[in-house]
Design a protein around this ligand. Structure first.
Ligand SMILES: Nc1ncnc2c1ncn2[C@@H]1O[C@H](COP(=O)(O)OP(=O)(O)O)[C@@H](O)[C@H]1O
Ligand SMILES: [Mg+2]
Length: 257
């Protein structure tokens, strides 16, 4: 049963002559894990930032939970939306616990509830609270810092989480481990809608229940991974899949030239 929670209706974003997002229409259901796949500059970040009101569309309408974005109070909206980016932005002079507690504190939660939440979240992202709660960000590896980034985004229990290439700077093994955990976390949290931007096709196909392929601001295909792989709708999607095949051929040592 579909329950649309994020809807774009002919949304475009132009910067003077440059069209960053071009007539984008789609609908995401509550609880879905959707990945947005596309090369650098194709409009992924612009799309995410329009959802949390950091960027205004030039035309078209965005609807969040049945209410037009223009009718939302932006402070209230952002409280409903967690945001995880590559440049994590943890406060270096604050402990991991305090970093996670920023939004709950802002919302005036009681200290007991905050402490309990920190404990629970650190466990969820597989960081031992006894070991990590009182450390500072500089004392964590890149992968551990991203785990804290995920915990912090979940802190006040927002129904939507936006991820902008959060694992882009991590080494391949750490990245795969975090991908698996994020999938587990999404499955463990009922009804959370995840929108995850990446330029990595393997990451997009592994994480997404549906994958939105973008090219030059436009939507090429929005489908379940198996459909993308077996029924690529456009030349661009075919070429994208071709890059993966090329890699496989390299592994198997049977490239043509
Ligand atoms: N503030 C801005 N002013 C002008 N052009 C911008 C601005 N932000 C992004 N763009 C342009 O919009 C396009 C899409 O950018 P972006 O959404 O950041 O792409 P992606 O996240 O997919 O790499 C790019 O061509 C980029 O140069
Ligand atoms: Mg980007």
């Amino acid at each position: 049963m579909s329950n649309p929670i994020i809807q774009f209706n002919h949304v475009s974003k132009k910067y003077s002559q440059n069209t960053a997002v071009d007539d984008l229409s789609f609908s995401i259901d509550k609880g879905e894990f959707v990945t947005v796949l596309g090369s650098s500059g194709c409009g992924k970040t612009t799309t995410l930032k329009m959802i949390n009101g950091l960027i205004q569309p030039t035309s078209g309408t965005i609807t969040i939970a049945g209410k037009r974005l223009s009718d939302w109070d932006l402070v209230d909206l952002r409280r409903h939306i967690g945001y995880v980016v590559q440049q994590i932005g943890l406060f270096p002079h604050m402990t991991i616990a305090d970093n996670i507690a920023v939004v709950p504190k802002m919302l005036g939660w009681e200290q007991d509830k905050i402490d309990q939440r920190i404990q629970e979240l650190l466990e969820l992202v597989q960081l031992n609270p006894a070991q990590f709660a009182n450390r500072y960000p500089g004392q964590l590896s890149g992968g551990q810092q991203q785990r804290v980034g995920v915990a912090r985004a979940l802190a006040a229990n927002p129904p939507y989480i936006l991820f902008d290439e959060p694992f882009g700077a991590l080494d391949a093994l750490t990245r795969i481990q975090l991908q698996k955990e994020l999938k587990r976390i999404h499955a463990a949290l009922a009804d959370k809608t995840f929108l995850f931007v990446t330029h990595d096709i393997n990451e997009a196909l592994f994480l997404g229940q549906r994958v939105m392929v973008m090219n030059q601001g436009r939507l090429e295909q929005f489908d379940v991974p198996a459909q993308i792989v077996h029924q690529p709708k456009t030349q661009f999607v075919k070429e994208l899949l071709g890059t993966v095949r090329q890699n496989h051929q390299l592994w198997e040592g049977d490239q043509d030239d």
